[in-house]
Design a protein around this ligand. Structure first.
Ligand code: F3S
Length: 429
């Protein structure tokens, strides 16, 4: 590793033991990657020092479950507990494990709530913005083009790289916590120009316009290219933030896509040649009607009963426009007594939804607007759920496996209809 004088000083302990441990961890990480230097980062998104009740009790049984103990021993992989100073980098906390208001409905305990509140007080004390969302770019953390970031959360990483043109690998708890303290992350992977060139060319031959279709396209592409970098051309309407977030989240779920290019749309793809950096694609694929239908069928492959007892919206966390859409579809109506509708978003968007009267409309219809988490992360669904309806390909990929339930995937309108009637009637048009 080639370290600057300041980095070497941190590694030698000149800025205290926590930064010394953080640099030690980052040097080991960089060496494992094969990186020979660090880049400065001033935008880190992780879960620093946070713990579920399970993790908290694990450390408690070993004698010290303080925030500093969990940060030292778990996040920094240290062999002793050290005082943790305020974070150096601009740092935010991603999604958590429970809604701070509707925790009872999620089946959480008061003890878990108390623990979460203590964690949040520590986060504030250490200078971490408690955004509690998988969409930090909708909630006050939007990097600039070219910024070096260190983010966790696959759906946020792919958005950060592809739509904004900022640079991050998919980091983990340990590397983000160490980056928050030091402002450093290995100069490897997506931080480097060479790594960001497209590898696979996908020509889209059917119109892709709705959020539903963008999710399916992302799911198809992720499954095909896995961890490579797709370059997409063809019948694409210019996607806004919501379509990008559904596309990217899906591609990061069926595969491990961390960066995509859309020619004429995303910032590093002004032309096909630029997207591939002058290289030839290793593979060319097409997305036509047969691929669209096969993707729809794959996403609906475990649905058998059309009796839907749960509808979940907001994966990735809903934008205000998506809450507006749900409120418009539900205003003056009442969801079925046989079904539940939970909509997940960030705290910031929830405040806006409250101010616009949207939360009230949704509550009057029998829906709940929840923040901070989602059913997959919290492993929380309404009691007795057997069949869920989803408008997110990512959630359709994960939730049935996590919770052992059946799932249907369709449009937001299909899902709202299922909430109103208790029955799934979605079909591919
Ligand atoms: Fe967010 Fe949960 Fe989906 S954290 S991306 S809503 S799986």
């Amino acid at each position: 590793m080639i370290l600057t004088d300041a980095e070497q000083a941190m590694l030698d302990g000149a800025e205290g033991p926590a930064k010394q441990k953080a640099m030690d961890l980052l040097v080991r990480y960089a060496e494992a990657l094969g990186a020979d230097r660090f880049v400065d980062t001033s935008n880190v998104a992780g879960v620093p020092g946070s713990s579920s009740l399970f993790v908290h009790n694990y450390f408690k049984a070993r004698g010290d479950a303080s925030y500093e103990a969990i940060f030292s021993l778990f996040d920094l992989d240290a062999d002793e507990v050290v005082p943790v100073p305020r974070m150096r980098a601009n740092s935010c906390h991603l999604q958590g494990g429970m809604d701070p208001v509707l925790w009872r409905e999620q089946g959480m305990s008061e003890e878990a709530l108390d623990h979460q509140m203590q964690d949040e007080a520590e986060l504030e004390r250490h200078g971490v913005k408690v955004l509690k969302t998988c969409t930090p770019y909708l909630a006050g953390n939007t990097p600039r083009f070219g910024d070096h970031c260190a983010w966790m959360e696959s759906s946020a990483v792919v958005y950060c790289n592809s739509v904004i043109g900022a640079r991050t690998n998919t980091e983990g708890r340990e590397s983000t916590s160490a980056a928050m303290l030091t402002g450093k992350i290995p100069d490897w992977g997506f931080h480097q120009d060479d790594f960001r060139r497209g590898t696979h060319h996908i020509e889209v031959e059917v119109p892709v316009d709705s959020v539903f279709d963008w999710g399916m396209l992302g799911y198809f592409i992720g499954g095909e290219v896995q961890e490579n970098i797709p370059v997409v051309t063809g019948h694409l309407s210019s996607p806004g933030v919501i379509r990008h977030k559904h596309f990217g989240a899906a591609a990061a779920s069926s595969g491990g896509v961390e960066l995509y290019h859309m020619v004429g749309i995303t910032p590093e793809a002004p032309s096909l040649d630029a997207a591939f950096g002058g290289r030839r694609p290793v593979q060319a694929l097409r997305y036509g009607e047969a691929e669209r239908r096969a993707t729809y069928e794959a996403l609906n492959s475990n649905g058998t009963s059309t009796d839907v007892d749960y509808v979940m919206l907001g994966c990735p966390h809903a934008a205000l426009e998506q809450i507006e859409e749900a409120a418009r579809l539900l205003e003056g109506k009442r969801i079925s007594a046989n079904s539940n509708l939970w909509i997940f978003t960030s705290r910031l968007i929830r405040i806006q939804a409250d101010a616009k009267g949207l939360t009230r409309i949704l509550q009057d219809a029998g829906a709940l607007v929840m923040t901070d988490t989602c059913s997959a992360i919290a492993q929380s669904i309404p009691k007795g759920t057997r069949v869920v309806a989803l408008d997110s390909a990512k959630q359709a990929h994960y939730l049935p496996a996590i919770m052992g339930i059946e799932a249907w995937f369709g449009t937001t309108q299909n899902c709202i209809d299922a909430a109103l009637t208790g029955r799934w009637t979605g079909a591919l048009s």
